[in-house]
Design a protein around this ligand. Structure first.
Ligand code: MN
Length: 234
């Protein structure tokens, strides 16, 4: 590309990847889009009205990905680290300005995800009208399970989604309760971004979010998708 400058000044960081269930394939992660307040009961517990005009998004860095099964330290800079259990959609084809009807074709598969959140920093930013980055985009904040291919799972538009902490259920909902469903989200996002293979979409969390403490074991599941586990080091 630039023959005069061909040597990297340091080793490039490793490409974040996610294993594909039942294969030896790895899904390379490009971008991580996340949807805010996409279940009515969760919007209410956040003290917010549901906005049905349009979905809204925030982004996590690809480097915030961490695999299900990991144990990580309690996140720095917060005293209110929260779990958010979410259906994740893995994009497998380029898409720009596509319709809802065309959206299912660009889905590679699905995963269980945790949108780990520094709630104190998110609320501080929200209340001052500032960006959410400190609250949402930090190392090990995008937990993800193996990806199940859509050819195995079928299209996911309903099914239980739940999360427990130390085996006590905290979050429960149904994918059919998404305010903006998956095809609607993909079509909408594709108006603003040239979606690429490798993009992930965290679709929002049902009610019951709450704090975790050092030593907690978080487990979650989504019907037809799989399970996820994440431990906060003690
Ligand atoms: Mn979320």
């Amino acid at each position: 590309m630039n023959s005069g400058h061909s040597t990297l000044v340091f080793s490039a960081p490793p490409l974040p990847t996610v294993p594909v269930k039942g294969t030896d394939l790895q899904f390379p992660v490009n971008r991580i889009f996340c949807v805010g307040r996409n279940y009515e009961a969760h919007a209410k517990e956040m003290g917010m009205a549901v906005d049905r005009e349009a979905p809204f998004y925030f982004i996590k860095s690809a480097s915030s990905i961490v695999a299900s099964g990991a144990t990580v330290p309690y996140a720095p800079g917060t005293s209110n680290l929260h779990h958010e259990m979410e259906l994740v959609v893995a994009i497998g084809q380029a898409a720009f300005c596509i319709t809802e009807e065309a959206a299912p074709k660009v889905i590679y598969g699905y995963a269980c995800g945790l949108d780990m959140t520094r709630r104190d920093l998110q609320f501080k930013a929200r209340d001052k009208g500032r960006p959410w980055d400190l609250g949402k985009n930090f190392e090990n904040s995008a937990v993800i399970s193996e990806i199940v291919r859509v050819s195995e799972s079928g299209l996911i538009d309903s099914g239980d989604i739940s999360l427990s902490v130390n085996e006590e259920q905290r979050q429960y909902g149904n994918i059919s309760d998404l305010i903006w469903n998956v095809p609607e989200l993909i079509a909408d996002l594709s108006k603003y971004y040239h979606l690429q293979p490798g993009d992930l979409l965290y679709t929002g969390t049902p009610a019951g979010v709450g704090p975790v403490e050092p030593g907690d074991v978080i487990t979650g599941s989504i019907d037809q998708v799989g399970e996820i586990e994440f431990t906060i080091a003690s």
